[in-house]
Design a protein around this ligand. Sequence first.
Ligand code: PMT
Length: 228
Amino acid sequence: TAPREAEGLTVVITAGPTREPLDPVRYLSNHSSGKMGFALAAAAAALGARVRLISGPVTLPTPEGVERLDVETAREMHEVAQRLAGECDLFIGCAAVVDYRAEAAAEHKIKKVEGEEGLILRLVKNPDIIAAIAARPDRPYVVGFAAETRDLEAYARDKLTRKGLDMIVANDVSGTETGFGSDRNAALLLWRDGDEVGQVDLPPQPKSELALAVVRQALARLDAADTT
Ligand code: PMT
């Protein structure tokens, strides 16, 4: 049988949301179900890669042949991603990392205060996981996502440059047909090609198919980067 496209490669993927505690019973998070990231893991494994999936709290079964590492907060995800990044060829950041966490999670349940109509929470920035991976001297090929509700291409190009990524999968998360939680997705794929930016439009399709297209494009670019 012919060797599979990703045979011999190690791929690290982040998926799902992160969860940032406010107190022992409450947290800040988002609507990521993990479906897109798990589909990427399944696609990379089907193409023969060794896949390590760093997942936030989701309710999905682990795809066959995939090694899964569960985390909860952005800082935990950052730590595991940094530990695995030195030993991989391709890193795909699909997780919806919560950008800010409570400066200090309360030790006990936050109580309502009689007579106070508001509550002020002080938040601090979480680490940018993918930008830190892209800044490493031993960096793998780095693919990020951009979840946008408007000006998709402009914001995606900005993230590609600002975060130092090799490729970005820009998806519109303003509707319910694609993006968060749905079984389908559409994307604009942008990648660095020397001083240029290459692009291809991936129309609405099942996340499993879109994942395969993204992994294949990344493998092709990775291959081109190795031989030039
Ligand atoms: O999980 P599903 O329900 O299937 O939904 C899929 C999805 C919509 C979550 C997915 O397709 C997607 O868009 N994931 C990225 C979500 C996101 O947080 O995008 P962003 O534009 O805020 O972040 C840009 C990139 O930086 C992403 O690669 C993100 O993983 C990364 N990031 C962001 C913040 C941070 N602190 N660290 C990061 O690494």
